[in-house]
Design a protein around this ligand. Structure first.
Ligand SMILES: Cc1cc2nc3c(=O)[nH]c(=O)nc-3n(C[C@H](O)[C@H](O)[C@H](O)COP(=O)(O)OP(=O)(O)OC[C@H]3O[C@@H](n4cnc5c(N)ncnc54)[C@H](O)[C@@H]3O)c2cc1C
Ligand code: FES
Length: 321
């Protein structure tokens, strides 16, 4: 994705949803309609935070057919590296931001006759758009939504009113209510699709349980809001552009490349899409792969790295870019 295709938007409304979640409404500055997107898509929001440029992906939660505005919801992450904190503390109604064109790595499978959605916490966001799409196309679905507590959870009362308690089931850690996964996975009609978005542990558990229950891989879908760990400083040499850059502890390689004025492709910035795959020419240490895109063999081979999330432990990493 190139910066040239970015869309300048105005923040027209900010709503406090819970103590830690804010909803942002974006409209185009030129008043034109925004591109129609498919449910499950995200945009990358560019933030200029006191000299730092931050780019974080956020799922579009508004109705996909509504081109008058986009809405996202942002959880203020504890120990934020800066992005979600900036959205909460630095962005005001009326501010201008740029967002990428919508990209969908988590679409609903159009062949599905029924769709089971499992959300944990802020992982509800892509499902808000999906449910609007399902309602419009009269497609059968059910949502199972786990939250820490009634006060921490976003949107659940509204969803129960909108879609009814037979389609929306809610669970609260604080009340020891758990998603009955085995029961949900059992005896579903053929061509049911299963989607999960939430904490990594929840996604892994759901996918493993579904596979063990005999669900075909093609019917299982997940999206991770990946938050990779920081690491040690290192140097990167970019052979094609002839630049040498330093990667700080809390900076991704991609951010440093962009900071050096080199145009690098990206789509998800979360280690899932493969767009930022970069060849490793040589290195004097070990690659720290944090993506879910490369195969285990590719990771072990040490010839490729996903620069949006992965790091390097050593002195110098030489990349083919
Ligand atoms: C497809 C997708 C959709 C998402 N949708 C939502 C949503 O709807 N709502 C929501 O609240 N969150 C969403 N997220 C998560 C969101 O993008 C941010 O990760 C989250 O807001 C936390 O951001 P942060 O900057 O505060 O925190 P941190 O997690 O502390 O920092 C994230 C930043 O770290 C940088 N980074 C990446 N890898 C490394 C590394 N190895 N070392 C150092 N720095 C690194 C990245 O550039 C990234 O911007 C989504 C993520 C993805 C991938
Ligand atoms: S931008 Fe998608 S994997 Fe890096």
């Amino acid at each position: 994705m190139s910066i040239n295709s970015d869309i300048p938007v105005r923040v027209t409304k900010i709503t406090d949803v819970t103590g830690k979640i804010k909803r942002f409404r974006f409209e185009r500055i030129d008043g034109q309609p925004l591109p129609i997107f498919s449910a499950g898509a995200h945009v990358v929001v560019t933030m200029h935070d006191d000299g730092h440029m931050r780019r974080n992906p956020y799922s579009l939660m508004s109705a996909p057919h509504d081109s008058s505005c986009y809405e996202i919801s942002v959880l203020h992450v504890e120990d934020s590296r800066g992005g979600s904190a900036y959205m909460h503390q630095g962005v005001r109604e009326g501010d201008h931001l740029t967002i990428s064109q919508p990209v969908n790595l988590f679409p609903a499978d159009a062949r599905g006759r029924k769709h089971i959605l499992v959300a944990g916490g802020i992982g509800i966001t892509p499902f808000l758009a999906m449910m609007a799409q399902f309602r419009r196309s009269h497609t059968e679905f059910e949502l199972h939504y786990a939250m820490r507590s009634r006060s921490h959870g976003a949107y659940w009362q509204k969803l129960m009113e909108q879609y009814g308690p037979e389609r929306i089931k809610v669970y609260f850690d604080e009340e020891n209510t758990r998603i009955p996964l085995a029961q949900i996975l059992y005896n579903q009609p053929l061509s049911t699709h299963f989607y999960v978005c939430g904490p990594a542990g929840m996604i892994d558990f759901c996918l493993r349980t579904a596979r063990e229950a005999g669900w075909p891989k093609e019917n299982l879908h997940s999206e991770r809001f990946l938050a990779p760990p920081p690491g040690q400083k290192f140097t990167v040499e970019l052979v094609r552009s002839g630049k040498t850059i330093e990667i700080a502890e809390h900076q991704s390689i991609l951010e440093a490349i962009e900071g050096a004025g080199v145009d690098a492709p990206y789509m998800c910035r979360g280690g899932a899409c493969g767009q930022c795959e970069t060849g490793v020419v040589r290195c004097d240490g070990s690659l720290e792969h944090n993506d879910i895109y490369l195969t285990d063999e590719e990771k072990a081979g040490g010839r490729k790295i996903m620069v949006c999330v992965s790091r390097f432990k050593g002195k110098t990493l030489v990349l083919d870019i």
